[in-house]
Design a protein around this ligand. Sequence first.
Ligand code: AMP
Ligand code: FES
Ligand code: ZN
Length: 302
Amino acid sequence: MRQHKLALCKEHYLEWVPEQTERFIRKYGMFGHDDKILVAVSGGKDSLSLWDILVRLGYQADGLYIGLGIDAGIGYSSESHRLAEKFANDHNLKLQVVDIEKEYGQPIPVLAQISHRGHGKPCAVCGLTKRHVMNRIARDLGYDVLATGHNLDDEAAVLFGNTLSWSVEYLLRQGPVLPSADGLARKAKPLCRLYEREMTAYAILRGIEYIYEECPFAEGSTSIYYKEVLNRLENDRPGAKLTFYLRFLEARQTGLFAESKEPADYLHPCSNCGQATSAPGLCSFCRLIEKVADQAPLVSNL
Ligand code: AMP
Ligand code: FES
Ligand code: ZN
């Protein structure tokens, strides 16, 4: 791990990852040992490893698998379902399963086609559906918190996208833990400071069977492109990805984006033109014009 200037053997690595995760859970106040946790498991390395880590740390964690019905080609959904069930059975854990087609009449690709009238990828509809189902199951079945397997690479890529477009609304909501509000469950991302390759190493060393393939619709996605860009940066400057994410969290805590919450708090109409300004009295433009007018006699005497 070049970014930490740290190299560990298998035995110590398998202790280090849960120790780090426990540290982040406490640092960000994600949940405690009395909380009932629902881990959203996709059958991939991150979420299955997260479930494994939480159980090893002694947390009460059930799983939730959402059957999306994405089965053309490699049978992505059936295989990921099989692996999530296998993990639950092997470890004697409880897995909640929601099948989208059974519950809502159609699998994700068809729901997306209906929604887009046949155009585009299903990812947006899929994301929306997954968020809805996760919240519903967590609330209806009385879980205190929903945990997802988002790793540092996922979080840095989302942050990169939101920063490129300065989507302040999204930036304000991105973090390791989101409190429950308006009927939405509390959400936590205990792996948010662990690199994707650290999670791959963990899953392999623990002998976790997970689905290697990405969702077939992920190919060519913007988030994969951002991950590649960040990997190039990380390759030249080890730790760049982690610094990018951690400095963002610090900046957010010190209120970097606080003003954006209530523009009315710091903006007021300019006393001349009436346009919104943060400067006291005149706006910058009217100030400039005033200055020009003050200098006009000098200019006309030249
Ligand atoms: P993704 O949006 O595919 O990168 O997945 C992010 C996280 O969402 C994963 O780490 C899981 O915790 C959760 N997740 C994704 N797909 C599913 C699924 N089909 N069922 C349950 N949880 C999922
Ligand atoms: Fe949902 Fe790919 S479209 S996982
Ligand atoms: Zn709704």
